[in-house]
Write a protein that binds this ligand. Sequence first.
Ligand SMILES: [Zn+2]
Length: 470
Amino acid sequence: MEPRARSRLSVTAAAVLLALTAACTGGTVQGRPGAAGLRDPYFPKAGNGGYQVEHYALDLDYDPADGQLNGTAVITARAEQGLSSFNLDLSGLRVEDVTVQGAAARFNRTGNELTVRPAEDLKKGEVFRTEVDYAGKPKALADPDGSEEGWITTGDGAVGVGEPVGSMTWFPGNHHPSDKATYDITLTVPRGYEAVSNGELRSRSDTGDGRTEFAWHSPEPMASYLATAAVGKYEVTKGRTPSGVAVYNAVAPEEAALSEGPLARLPEMVEWGSGRFGPYPFSTAGAIVLPGGTLAYALETQTKPVYPGAPADEELVLHELAHQWFGNSVSPKSWKDMWLNEGFATYAEWLWAEDHGGHTAQARFEAFLAGDTEVDAEADSDWAAFPPAAPPGPEHISGSPVYQRGAMVLHRIRQEVGDEKFFALLRGWAADHRHGNASTADFTAYAERKTGHDLKKVWDVWLYGEGRPR
Ligand SMILES: [Zn+2]
């Protein structure tokens, strides 16, 4: 993470220098509008073209009593083209004021697009600062598959979960996984509430007017769908893994007793994952356990996964932890690459079981072929319904083939290349794409290069093939 942080800084410095040089020549640079979407195959309007965000500073004031959010987002980005205007994704809420480089900017809204027109065009390579003041009562969104995401109220508070596009319900941004940035998320809430977000808690202070401010810092790049903010009456416990990674768990009191068992092994899991996949990619780990019944799924929000009540078992905790390597550090280039998240996290569950006296991955693989639910409760799922690298539509990106058949793809590679090369492949993939983005094509090319094996049949049959492999 450190070398990458330095290279981001040096890119910034070079860009500033370029911008200065351009200013000295005195030439007027004509910008053009940035694209309103990144043409993701399943979510074409997600994200925006013409710039990449380097940093988000979100200052959010939330009152659980009436659900009112008052926010300021300061977005530092680098122009990738001359820009006369650019878009941010934002759903609902009221935009009160926008400035770019300190000067008032015009703006207008259409659907989930906030279009910002700076007073002066931005030059290609220029690093620019946009401040958006906004307010309102954020809401949940319904996904194509019917599940809820975005801003979810939890009885005594609320939580933001954003896979794939729900983060636009609580802050304006470039909401596509291909644009990762560092974050500072500061949450101010009435005294007596906890406010939890990604990364490390820099400070917790009384504001003097009956409220508490929590300043959270994420030094490693994060895709916006992995950002979270949870406000509520949580029990907080802190610890460290044996190798020193800070652990911060925030658990709804009524879920505390049942959460204790599954969360107790988290430090051990971080160490195990570091052995299997390479160094844990972040400086902190932990969990946010919501009051039961407020969400239908767990999400691997960066450094602190969100659980919808006490985790059902330790495999779920392991699954969300495995995403910190696969999905969060190595993020998909598009939502079509979802199996790179879910197939890997599912296979990590198989590996954890294999290493801890459970079924071997081979037994699990055979159980899926045979539909044997004695070995794996999911073995009779419709894992063969479509190829994992080509879900038929956005409503299928969280379908069974993306998880289980994705895991089977990895096991097929292991069968072809043997354990030594296979585990070197997993570690190499996590290391060489650390804190970056990768696509399915990147993975298949990498796997062949790294192992020296021709894996075309595995890709053709298991990854892209229609019909049930045997
Ligand atoms: Zn997952």
